[in-house]
Design a protein around this ligand. Structure first.
Ligand code: UDP
Length: 327
């Protein structure tokens, strides 16, 4: 069996990655502390509960499975929270990742696929955010992810850790079979919050700021379907196994949607009113994050076919109505 260690495999993106890995013939081993993940979401391979800061536990798991690669999803990833509690982000994300990378190096596991973020680019006006763009994060979340990219670059040089880094834009949608989906407690992400407002699970969606320098005044983001996103990870893993070397790829579509446009799409797909109100800007939010995303298509052969806004909302809505997890 060809094992891949999936940190954060009990979370939203990690659980979808486990499904894709299994479909591609790998056995995903989930390593997760269940702080934000769900045991119920681990459906496609073994589960090892543990924390990235626990080196002894990591060593045990590497020795038990001898994985050919690590896919590292486990992280705290909320922009707003990262502004309030930066230490939590530096400790969990940066020290946790360093501990994991050191454990992988010691175990001789040399292939590493890492979840980074467009938040490492910061707030840059009128710039196409391609992979060569300068990284100037404006929140602690983005800063923590950029630091991990630097750690990987150093370990690539010194310890031969081959790495593919994916900088995600906004991940949305759910498994079309609704076996796994997006389920955060508390929920902070736009599309699930809109769907909660639509079916009465919350009073209203609050739009965070309408005075941005965008056509309708709300923030613009580039949304990518979670299934497309994890397909890129499997391609990235093959890239590493084929010895193609260290590479950074953006994962987005190149199309920007404002918050209001996303809300409208949710209203159309569900054929329901969206109760909403307008609030203050959220600390740490960039005005516009849209990907220059040609590299993944050209070099990995990545085709984000499900990443149409309507498809993402249809899949999210199906999961929203039928799926949930219990601890
Ligand atoms: N957003 C909003 N209201 C909410 C949650 C999010 O207006 O209740 C906006 C947020 O300011 C951002 C966009 O929706 O511009 C996407 O936010 P999300 O938290 O989903 O993802 P992020 O961009 O932080 O990764």
């Amino acid at each position: 069996m060809t094992h891949v260690l999936v940190t954060g495999g009990a979370g939203y993106i990690g659980s979808h990655a486990c499904k894709a890995l299994k479909a591609a013939g790998y056995t995903p081993v989930t390593f997760d502390n269940l702080v934000t993940g769900w045991a119920d979401a681990v459906k496609f391979g073994p589960f090892e509960r543990g924390d990235l800061l626990d080196r002894t536990r990591l060593d045990e798991v590497f020795a038990k499975y001898q994985p050919v690669a690590v896919m590292h999803f486990a992280a705290l990833s909320l922009v707003g929270e990262s502004m309030e509690f930066p230490g939590k982000y530096w400790r969990n994300n940066v020290i946790g990742s360093l501990t994991l990378i050191e454990a992988a190096a010691a175990a001789g596991c040399k292939n590493f696929v890492f979840s980074s973020t467009c938040a490492t680019y910061g707030d840059q006006d009128n710039v196409v955010l391609d992979e060569d763009c300068v990284q100037m994060p404006i929140n602690s979340y983005g800063a923590s992810k950029r630091a991990i990219e630097d750690i990987l670059a150093n370990f690539g040089e010194s310890n031969g850790i081959n790495h593919v880094i994916f900088r995600y834009f906004n991940v949305a949608g759910a498994d079309p079979d609704a076996e796994v989906g997006e389920f955060h407690r508390p929920e902070t992400h736009l599309i699930p919050l809109v769907l909660d407002a639509i079916d009465g699970k919350r009073a209203a969606l609050t739009i965070f700021g309408t005075d941005y320098d965008t056509p309708d005044g709300t923030c613009v983001r580039d949304y990518v379907h979670v299934c497309d996103l994890v397909d890129a990870h499997v391609l990235g893993l093959k890239w590493l196994q084929d010895g193609k070397g260290n590479r950074v790829f953006n994962l987005g579509t190149g199309d920007g949607f404002s918050v209001r446009e996303v809300v409208d799409a949710c209203g159309i797909v569900t054929n329901r009113e969206v109760p909403m109100d307008v609030g203050e800007r959220r600390a740490g939010d960039a005005t516009k994050l849209v990907s220059g995303s040609a590299r993944a298509a050209k070099e990995l052969g990545w085709a984000p076919d499900r990443s149409k806004m309507e498809t993402m909302v249809v899949d999210a809505w199906r999961w929203h109505q039928n799926g949930h997890y219990e601890k």
